[in-house]
Design a binder for this molecule. Structure first.
Ligand SMILES: NC(=O)c1ccc[n+]([C@@H]2O[C@H](COP(=O)([O-])OP(=O)(O)OC[C@H]3O[C@@H](n4cnc5c(N)ncnc54)[C@H](OP(=O)(O)O)[C@@H]3O)[C@@H](O)[C@H]2O)c1
Length: 335
């Protein structure tokens, strides 16, 4: 395929780019040129800020006929999407939008299916709430332009994504680091809430499979791992991969401040399970990594490319926004 990817240099888009290049697809990426990455040979890079529609039009002018598929990793607001629809509608076969499982309202039944209701599309607070509200607005816009103008959109809804090249040091990498440092691990409640996340390379495979399927046009799909894991299980599996012993400290929900509210990265107070059956039925997607294999694969990369030596480890910080001093207070209070 001749592919245009919006994004492509940080994590999810970058791994998708690597998968596309391995399979011999011809890829052009468009981003601002701020995030550095070693790109596969033959990838073309165009430059524009998605928030500036005129710049996006200029960067893509004359290229309207050149692509079969677009992967959109940087669509956060409807106004980012409009110029792409205007320039490419009727000219491409497929547009795949990276959304999020955060678009769903809280559900009392599990697993969450794609037809379950949206959360409010009004962001109540900056950060996660407005991010997910704006993704709902994007989805509605895309499904509407599919119905009214034939825009060949497919929406993919991953929950949290983990894996090699994850730039977010406060995610799985922070568990690797804490365990290697012999730190106690904070867990919310009893540690029995279910966490459902997916490996980045499985997500990349789903993107490519969706783009090559006619059945996926005008549809939304959960894309996630094949299994959910309890918070206790997540910590134990990561510890066994790292070769460390996990000592857990349980913190009642509602007792941690700010970003610690879930207590630990990847963990939520409510169970999360997303059905991925629809993607399997429509375009044959099923994850290759179970949770243990996915974590082992990720640790292999992290050990060589990040490791304790390469992350910012100062007395107050572990990676970019983990406050160890505050965590120590919590460990003392609840340990
Ligand atoms: N990580 C998760 O757990 C998770 C979960 C669910 C959904 N998602 C979704 O995953 C997508 C992002 O993944 P990623 O960051 O790993 O993707 P990526 O495509 O690998 O990296 C982000 C890209 O966006 C470019 N970019 C950032 N701001 C831009 C702007 N204003 N204009 C143009 N380009 C811009 C960056 O390059 P420059 O800096 O050079 O511009 C970079 O190439 C999002 O759609 C997000 O909603 C992530």
């Amino acid at each position: 395929m001749k592919v245009l990817m919006l994004g492509g240099t940080r994590f999810i888009g970058l791994r998708l780019l690597r998968a596309l290049a391995r399979e011999g697809h011809q890829v052009t990426i468009l981003n601002r040129g701020k995030t550095e990455a070693t790109l596969p040979e033959g990838v073309e890079r165009l430059y524009a800020d998605r928030r500036d529609p005129a710049a996006v039009r200029r960067a893509l002018a004359g290229r309207e006929e050149g692509f079969e598929a677009i992967f959109d990793m940087t669509g956060y607001q409807v106004r980012n999407l409009e110029p792409i629809v205007e320039m490419f509608n009727g000219r491409i076969k497929h547009y795949v939008f990276c959304s999020t499982a955060g678009v769903y309202a809280k559900s009392v039944t599990l697993p969450v299916l794609e037809r379950f209701p949206y959360r409010s599309k009004v962001g109540t607070a900056p950060g996660l709430a407005s991010y997910t509200a704006e993704k709902v607005q994007c989805e509605e816009f895309l499904l509407d332009t599919n119905r009214t103008k034939g825009w060949p959109a497919t929406i993919l809804r991953p929950a949290a994504i983990y894996g090699p090249e994850n730039w977010m040091d406060d995610r799985e990498g922070s568990y690797f680091a804490r365990l290697l440092l012999g730190r106690k691990i904070l867990v919310g409640g009893t540690g029995e809430s279910l966490i459902h996340i997916g490996h980045v390379d499985d997500f990349a495979r789903a993107c490519i499979a969706a783009a090559q399927s006619d059945a996926s046009i005008g549809q939304a799909y959960n894309i996630n791992g094949s299994e959910a894991v309890t918070a206790n299980g997540l910590v134990d599996i990561i510890a066994s991969v790292v070769g460390a012993k996990a000592e857990k400290v349980y913190v009642p929900y509602g007792q941690a401040k700010g970003s610690m509210d879930g207590i630990m990265p990847l963990e939520g107070e409510r169970n999360a399970i997303y059905s991925i059956q629809k993607a399997r039925d429509h375009f044959g997607f099923w994850p290759r990594f179970d949770f243990r294999a996915g974590i082992a694969d990720t640790y292999e990369w992290w050990r060589k490319q990040r490791g304790l030596e390469r992350i910012e480890f100062t007395p107050g910080k572990l990676g970019h926004d983990v406050d160890l001093a505050y965590e120590d207070q919590m460990i003392k209070r609840w340990g």
